[in-house]
Design a protein around this ligand. Structure first.
Ligand code: MF3
Ligand code: CO
Ligand code: CO
Length: 282
């Protein structure tokens, strides 16, 4: 998601790529390190994500791992984009109908829940940002199908990334895949450029039309992080100032990778041993 002024992504404003930074080889190497660390936090937390654990406990575990083991910084903690109260925790935990920015709390996860854990770390000045869905016990068939479709949707978006492709190609790949399945794409939040700053230009919408938006260039780094709802696209903000939920209370899922545009295509920067393998193409 991007927080550019309003945190709304409804008005894509990048018609050229002038404001999108091209990372140097030295910066790219640091982005690889940060990306791997973010993914390794997700690997680390897997065995703890089960019925009975509270999201506060997951937050504490991730926080301590990032600080004490990785010697890195949890980027969400005290993150305060314009118009927001500082984010109070080190990770985001979005359960069931929560779309994104779920704030960890004292409620225990229970069998049948699906939860997105979103991790952003800063290492040596650069950010790595990744999220995955987790099942608590056995998910319903509908919940599993939503999560698997969202994972495939992320990869539909990733696979169109190459120099000369347009941002709109990414959004179109995602939207045209999920909507025929009866799902909807959240409009208010989007992927984002990433680097020295958590949220940089460009905004990476998860819907759109082919050949619209800026042209991608080698050395750009951004996230793709589709939020897909089982019901309607409309969102609602909870009173905590952060948590975003589906207005119709339908389930929502999200996966996120940080991507580098290479000379020939893309490189996923948020990789690790436990990272789920890409779905087979098609
Ligand atoms: N990690 C989220 C993203 O993918 C942003 C979370 S901002 C926070 O862009 F303040 F809620 F942590
Ligand atoms: Co992100
Ligand atoms: Co994220």
């Amino acid at each position: 998601m991007i927080f550019s002024g309003t945190l709304k992504a409804a008005q894509p404003k990048n018609t050229n790529s002038m404001s999108v930074s091209i990372k140097t080889p030295q910066e790219i190497e640091k982005m690889r390190v940060a990306g791997r660390l973010a993914s390794e936090v997700l690997d680390y937390i897997v065995p703890f994500v089960k019925a009975g654990v509270t999201t506060n406990e997951l937050d504490r575990l991730c926080h301590d791992f990032i600080i004490n083991v990785q010697r890195a910084i949890p980027a969400p903690l005290n993150y305060a984009p314009h118009g927001h109260t500082p984010y109070p925790k080190s990770i985001c935990t979005s359960i069931n109908h929560q779309i994104c920015h779920g704030v960890p709390g004292d409620k225990a996860l229970k069998s049948g829940d699906i939860v997105n854990l979103d991790i952003t770390v800063i290492k040596d000045g650069y950010h790595g940002d990744s999220s995955r869905m987790f099942y608590i016990g056995e998910p319903s068939i509908q919940a599993r199908r939503l999560c698997e479709t969202t994972w495939q949707a992320l990869w539909r978006g990733i696979r169109v990334v190459k120099p000369g492709a347009h941002l709109g190609d990414i959004g179109h790949a995602i939207q045209s895949f999920v909507e025929p399945l009866g799902y909807s794409v959240v409009r208010e939040f989007c992927g984002h450029g990433i680097g020295r700053r958590f949220h940089e230009e460009p905004q990476v919408l998860h819907y759109g039309r082919p050949k619209t938006g800026i042209k991608l260039e080698a050395g750009m780094t951004f996230t793709i992080e589709p939020m897909i709802n089982a019901g309607k696209a409309a969102i609602k903000h909870l009173g905590d100032g952060w948590t975003v939920v589906t207005k119709d209370h339908s389930l929502s899922a999200q996966y996120e990778h940080t991507i580098l545009v290479t000379e020939t295509g893309f490189e996923v920067l948020t990789v690790s041993d436990g990272c789920p393998p890409p779905p087979s193409p098609r």
